[in-house]
Design a protein around this ligand. Structure first.
Ligand SMILES: Cc1cc2nc3c(=O)[nH]c(=O)nc-3n(C[C@H](O)[C@H](O)[C@H](O)COP(=O)(O)OP(=O)(O)OC[C@H]3O[C@@H](n4cnc5c(N)ncnc54)[C@H](O)[C@@H]3O)c2cc1C
Length: 360
């Protein structure tokens, strides 16, 4: 376990903002992780758990408590056969994309479309990480957590994790946030050289395949990585378009009444022959595209350049740090976009990254 003081959180986050952590502890084993969380909770002090820092915007004032960086390691293949599939238990601190690369090379199917997503394994159940038609809820068998309320280790089966679009029981709000610290995750993958059926039209097109078709795992990984790079969605130290939290806003899920209201707002804003907005049926309503709303509200790629914060030059959903931005600069751009979309279309976008000590 390593302990440091007054470490700039900007150095631990992909958007490179955030003031000092009063205390930073790096936990290298699961026992260390549980011990430090218990110790902080017993002392009734503030705690922030950080994985890869790729979904966090931390205040410029920093964090007046203990930040625990999860750096635990270990990948255990509990079984690997064509009948039962590959059951792989992965420590929370393992790098997510290392797991995806390994899965593709071992012939474990089910996470290939999630290639290139930054961060650590332990954060993936928190917001049910997803992209290109897959999300981790499809392959998570179990999540083992430290329950800070009950002060004990608990195991949740996939069906009990409350997974939804960018949501799970581990995320929560209203004081629930942070109740669970993820210790490890059991993935249940299919043993196959082919991907799961393609569920994302652009990806299928890029692969010269049809929706629902299965193609070799390595081809899906390469196509996803290429597509993500074009959109600045793979971290790259040399490219400030990637100094972000990925998508800053989630795709709104609308009730029927909101769908009708949006239809009238779109024609009022863009004219009677306006294109209809994208929509996908969801369990809880109709999902539409935050990027579409942002573009149609008049925000262009690179809005705000030269910075200090601006929309990515490749993708209007990402708010980026051009090198010298503060958390306040980042939030000012996000606020301008959120308010512009609300003025144009009456839809209030919600931030995807976790905001620590700041609000939008
Ligand atoms: C360029 C880029 C592209 C991205 N693309 C995608 C994408 O396609 N799809 C997608 O879903 N996301 C995407 N993201 C967002 C982000 O990568 C994911 O949410 C990722 O899972 C965050 O992992 P992390 O380890 O960096 O978490 P962090 O940013 O460190 O933490 C995020 C939240 O999870 C909590 N947390 C972290 N680890 C644990 C743990 N072990 N136990 C309990 N709580 C924990 C933190 O307290 C915090 O609340 C992208 C981000 C970037 C920068």
């Amino acid at each position: 376990m390593r302990e440091e003081h007054d470490v700039a959180l900007a150095s631990l986050t992909s958007i490179r903002v955030g003031g000092p952590a009063a205390r930073l502890v790096t936990a290298q084993t699961t026992d260390e992780l549980v011990d430090v969380v218990r110790e902080v909770d017993d002392a009734d002090e503030p705690l922030l758990v950080v994985g890869g820092g790729s979904n966090l915007v931390v205040a410029d004032a920093g964090f007046a408590g203990t930040v625990v960086q999860v750096a635990t390691t270990g990948v255990t293949v509990e079984s690997d056969d064509s009948c039962g599939g590959a059951n792989v238990r992965v420590a929370a601190g393992e790098v997510w994309d290392d797991l995806v690369r390994r899965a593709v090379s071992e012939g474990w199917s089910g996470v290939e479309a999630l290639s290139g997503i930054p961060g650590r394994v332990g954060a993936t159940p928190i917001q049910n990480v997803g992209a290109y038609g897959q999300d981790v809820s499809q392959t998570i068998g179990q999540v083992r957590v430290w329950d800070r309320q009950q002060q004990q280790v608990r195991t949740f089966f996939g069906a009990d994790c409350g997974f939804g679009y960018r949501d799970s029981r581990f995320k929560g709000g209203d004081g629930k946030r942070g109740r669970y610290v993820v210790l490890d995750v059991l993935f249940q993958l299919r043993v196959a050289d082919l991907s799961q059926p393609l569920a994302y039209a652009d990806l299928a097109r890029q692969l010269g395949a049809h929706l629902g078709e299965r193609v070799p795992l390595a081809q899906v990984r390469e196509a996803v990585l290429a597509h993500r790079r074009q959109r600045g969605m793979v971290l790259d130290d040399a490219d400030p378009d990637t100094w972000s939290c990925g998508s800053f806003f989630t795709n709104p899920i609308l009730s029927e009444r909101e769908v009708n209201a949006l239809e009238s707002r779109v024609s009022a804003h863009l004219g009677a022959d306006a294109p209809s907005f994208p929509r996908w049926p969801e369990e809880r309503g109709t999902k539409t595209s935050a990027a579409w709303l942002i573009d149609r509200a008049g925000f262009r790629r690179g809005h705000g350049l030269p910075g200090p914060a601006a929309l990515s030059g490749k993708h209007t959903l990402a708010v980026t740090n051009r090198g010298s931005a503060t958390a306040n600069d980042v939030l000012a751009v996000a606020r301008e976009v959120r308010d512009g979309v609300e003025d144009a279309f009456g839809i209030r976008l919600v931030n995807e990254p976790v905001l620590v000590g700041v609000s939008l």
